[in-house]
Design a protein. Sequence first.
Length: 415
Amino acid sequence: MRVKLGASFGWLWSAYAVSTYGTWIAFGAFPLIAVRELHASAFAVSLLEAAGLAVAAIIAFPLGPWVERRPKRPVMIAMDLARFLAMASVPAAYLLGSLSYGQLLVVSVVSGAASITFTAASGAYLKHLVRGDHLLIASGRFEGTSWVATAAGPPLGGALSGVLGPVVTILADSLSYLLSALGVLRIRGGDVATPRDPATRLRGADLLDGWRFILRDRALRRLFLNSTLVGGLIMATAPLLAVLLLGEYHFPAWQYGLAFGLPALGGFVGARLCARLVRRHGRYRVMTVSGWLRSLFPLGLAFLQPGLTGLLTVIVVEGLLITCMGVFNPIHATERLQRTPADRAAQVLSTWSVSSRLTQATLMLIWGLLATLVGPLGAITLSGVLLLATPLLLPRRSDLLARPPARPAERVPAA
């Protein structure tokens, strides 16, 4: 039986869906424009990806406390409009003949920072909108939408890019943010904001509150370390897989798209099964098993070969990995929201996103250098070996059963 979460959730979900599809339709457009239109070098393209992640995260970091103190819907709308204007500037500059590498870098940073801030605000609002066990169902729907967009968006964007050029996909992405803003605008009902004493000013130490809260809670701390490291090691190999498959193994573009589009459907299947598996086997067991499996399968990429065998290897390995991620991620997102008080949700989510992106950018650069020493396949294999140890960071059952610690101001002093 399908659980109804209300019209407000429907509009929030729709806003997320349309912007996610827009993002994946434009997937790869910036590197393609940089190479074909601006004749950028391979290092410049890598810098565009890594710097966009890192600088956006640094800019978004101090916005966490700011988001916490404000109603979340206006923040989401403002971030959508910022992303719309930033992305729309690219086709505008292209038509005027003034598009530059520097503009692509600035747009990447602005869009990335706005995305982190939007995610923090929407996560805090989701906690306000959906209560109790329904959070797992809501998180599963977001996760399923993300993986369907991952499967459908790049092929559609590739078709549009092939016929009309990559700039058109960026225009579609920009319009998706405008539609997302309109969706958030349609939400009715209350909002959530943490009140602040007007006599107190925001201090630099307040910026670290998100990390302090995460590190004080054993379950959150272990989830944070596990998810950040797993995501960083997986993303570090993404550019290397492109070099290996497209460069050394000479996969046609359509096979490369198929190798990463088809497995994404496994994420949708995993997200749909998540709530059912939790009801039958319990949240801890499902999270632990899926967490171990998602760290095991990437080692299969060490056996990549040219030709049909290599294509099938990528599809099977990525399919198994993404299916496990589709099960794990909604449980992870639900546990994180349930253990975080409403007046800390935006800051914790912002800190989490910033840390993840900085880790990904750092490991991308490290693995890029490593690939020059041992080759792309050797670097990918090393990532798979290191991933085998990451489940040791997963929360224990006792960590999940323990109550989140109170903030220092809330603790009752001893008599």
